[in-house]
Design a protein around this ligand. Structure first.
Ligand SMILES: NC(=O)c1ccc[n+]([C@@H]2O[C@H](COP(=O)([O-])OP(=O)(O)OC[C@H]3O[C@@H](n4cnc5c(N)ncnc54)[C@H](OP(=O)(O)O)[C@@H]3O)[C@@H](O)[C@H]2O)c1
Length: 255
């Protein structure tokens, strides 16, 4: 009698060297998955992967700049060679565009005075990077019995919330870069979900909430672990789970 074959789940998290992505990587490792720590800086990626291993996880750093096609190709090749498949892709890498400034204070994104190049740079990472990484990883995801893709969005993506002058985010400065990039990411999430539904690949967008990270100069009030929880939930959905959805830890977020 042969050994029973078990499928070791492999998860790739982009931008996993710090912040919410690192929190998600920790939780996935804690669930027993092999975690690939995507990081554009090899040193920062290795540091995070080593910390996960020290905590008992199976983690490996993978150099991946989502705006650099050569690193994306090489990352996909490494996953193929080392593991042969991918079960989970969390497209977490993202930039606010305004440095470590709270979104409430991003004066350089106000629509009437924004530099178009800044909008371009934000879309390059938050939108085009997601397409490039997803398409590079899809052949590997197709070899999983239960592939899951999670796109890390934001409540700021919600046109329902942001068009309400008295809404939850009414105190944020209007933004031509970050918020529209996440609305575009939500639209992409639905389009990918529609294409991949017949293949059993579940694709959803996650709103982590306002999380204490470098990206908002630590003005967020949720911990990284709290923010990462919804990413992990969507990364581990059962076969009957949703696709083409937008969720926070509290439940569905309105488009
Ligand atoms: N914090 C919040 O309140 C909040 C709210 C809503 C949504 N989000 C979203 O959550 C995600 C994670 O944000 P965070 O708050 O955890 O921010 P963070 O601490 O600044 O982490 C961002 C991560 O993305 C990486 N990254 C940036 N550009 C990249 C690129 N071109 N290629 C690869 N990696 C890249 C960063 O790498 P480096 O270390 O090399 O810079 C870092 O690992 C983002 O998509 C963000 O928009 C955050």
């Amino acid at each position: 009698m042969g050994m029973p074959t078990t499928h070791q789940k492999v998860a790739m998290v982009t931008g996993a060297n710090k912040g919410i992505g690192r929190g998600a990587a920790e939780q996935l490792a804690g669930l027993g998955m092999t975690v690939l720590v995507g990081a554009r800086d090899p040193g920062r990626g290795e540091e995070a992967a080593a910390a996960l291993r020290a905590a008992g996880g199976d983690a490996h750093a993978v150099t991946l700049d989502v705006t650099d096609p050569a690193t994306i190709r090489e990352a996909a090749r490494q996953v193929e060679e080392g593991f042969g498949h991918l079960d989970v892709l969390i497209n977490n890498a993202g930039i606010s565009g305004s440095g470590q400034v709270s979104p409430a204070d991003a004066h350089d994104q106000v629509p009437s005075s924004v530099e178009v190049d800044m909008v371009r740079a934000v879309f390059e990472t938050n939108v085009f990077g997601v397409i490039a990484v997803t398409n590079a990883m899809l052949p590997l995801l197709r070899r999983s019995p239960a592939p899951r893709i999670v796109n890390v969005s934001s409540h700021a993506a919600s046109l329902t919330i942001t068009s309400d002058p008295n809404g939850l985010l009414a105190t944020l400065l209007p933004s031509a870069a970050y918020a529209p990039s996440k609305s575009a990411l939500n639209a992409l999430t639905v389009q990918y979900a529609n294409e991949l539904r017949k293949d059993g690949i579940l694709v959803n967008a996650a709103a982590p909430g306002f999380v204490d990270t470098d990206s908002n100069n630590h003005t967020g009030f949720l911990t990284v672990a709290q923010g990462a929880a919804v990413l992990v939930r969507l990364a581990t959905l059962g076969a009957d789970g949703p696709t083409a959805g937008f969720f926070s830890e509290e439940g569905p977020v309105p488009w």
